[in-house]
Design a protein around this ligand. Structure first.
Ligand code: IPM
Ligand code: MG
Length: 361
């Protein structure tokens, strides 16, 4: 029997709803495999602002420190309310601050195509006939994300300035991590940069090539980000592991996530070099559909499965969740975002979809 303590930061929008479902799934696993999972809830984002006038209160950081892993939901408010203090820069002040506070420099996002819902993909069916399984590693603490950002006036004109930076250790750390994972997969890795323009990318490419030399068994190539964005929709099957910098990873991971048919499908894990980790769906807080029992809980449930595998070494239990989600899809259960109009589809709510996942564990 394993005992694990989990900090649960459900956040805003659909976060609390899909989190409740992920916890029901975890409880089912705990029961079946005889483990004990303890949850300590803490506030983040707009939810924390309501209580503390702070998007990431110290109380939340302390709870994260005292647990074995963080299960995160989503943060952020409606577009038309971004001027309110509760929602202004909510994401930067909560999830970005949390990444920084715990040195989560490595982000892994996984895209899988389920053949049963491949028709929802914006790509042509012939590009997907052998399925797709792509992992993207995104550096999470460098680049323009943690540089200087000013919006001011210069020479009588409005003026904007952003800066970004990488040092070689930051690049080496994530590229090495990605190579280690590539060894356990298709032994193929593409490093993405904009080395024809940016200094950060020139350094990235140098360091990535140095790391690649230490792994001759892995097929390695460099790709420019504009080309990569195009190759992902032209021939996604060429990719197995992608490794890239913070901003390019943000953009390319959204592009990859929607190839599966819905933004609600992609789980992610963020690690520090010490191994401590945070797990969160790659999609957003979707305030427009919050509270209606229609959100897709899959990315949150698969993020919980990643936590079991990577933080708790419970691989059989993680597979039980992954297989149960797959079985619910194979049996025709779909949340609204996954409806394609095919015969045999059963459109269900967030809770009812999870009930099916739970039945299959
Ligand atoms: C993500 C999100 C965040 C990011 C936002 C909410 C700041 O888009 O996790 O991909 O840009 O990193
Ligand atoms: Mg993003």
């Amino acid at each position: 029997m394993a005992k694990h303590n989990i900090a649960v930061l459900a956040g805003d929008g659909i976060g609390p709803e899909v989190m409740a479902e992920a916890i029901r799934v975890l409880d089912t696993v705990a029961n079946k495999f005889n483990h004990q999972f303890t949850y300590t809830h803490a506030l983040a984002g707009g939810a924390a602002y309501d209580e503390y006038q702070d998007h990431l209160p110290q109380a939340t950081i302390d709870i994260c420190k005292n647990n074995d892993a963080i299960l995160f939901g989503s943060v952020g408010g409606p577009v038309h309310l971004q001027h309110e203090a509760k929602w202004a820069n909510c994401e930067a002040k909560s999830i970005l601050a949390l990444r920084k506070a715990f040195n989560f420099n490595i982000n892994l996002r996984k895209m899988t195509i389920f053949p049963e819902i491949a028709s929802l993909s914006p790509l042509k069916p012939e590009l997907l006939k052998n399925g797709l399984d792509i992992v993207i590693f995104r550096e999470l603490l460098g680049d323009v994300y943690f540089g200087e950002h000013t919006l001011s006036e210069k020479d009588g004109k409005r003026y904007a300035f952003d800066s970004g930076a990488y040092d070689e250790d930051q690049v080496k750390s994530i590229v090495q991590y990605a190579f280690n994972v590539a060894k356990t997969r298709g032994k193929k890795i593409v490093s993405v940069d904009k080395a024809n323009v940016m200094a950060m990318s020139k350094l990235w490419r140098q360091v990535a090539n140095e790391v690649a030399k230490e792994h001759p068994e892995i097929e390695y190539s460099d790709m420019l980000v504009d080309n990569c964005a195009m190759q992902i929709i032209k021939n996604p099957a060429q990719f197995d592991v992608i490794v890239t910098s913070n901003l390019f990873g943000d953009i390319l991971s959204d592009e990859l996530s929607v190839l599966s048919g819905s933004l609600g499908m992609m789980p992610s894990a963020s690690f520090s070099n010490s191994g401590f980790a945070l797990y969160e769906p790659a999609g957003g807080s979707a305030p427009d559909i919050a509270g209606k029992n229609i959100a897709n809980p899959i990315a949150q449930i698969l993020s919980a499965a990643m936590m079991l595998a990577y933080s708790f070494n419970l691989h059989q239990e993680a597979s039980a969740i992954n297989n149960a989600v797959k079985a619910a899809i194979v049996a025709g259960y779909r949340t609204g975002d996954l409806a394609s109009g095919q015969a045999g589809e059963k459109i269900v709510g967030t809770k009812e979809f999870t009930d099916q996942v739970i039945c299959n564990i």
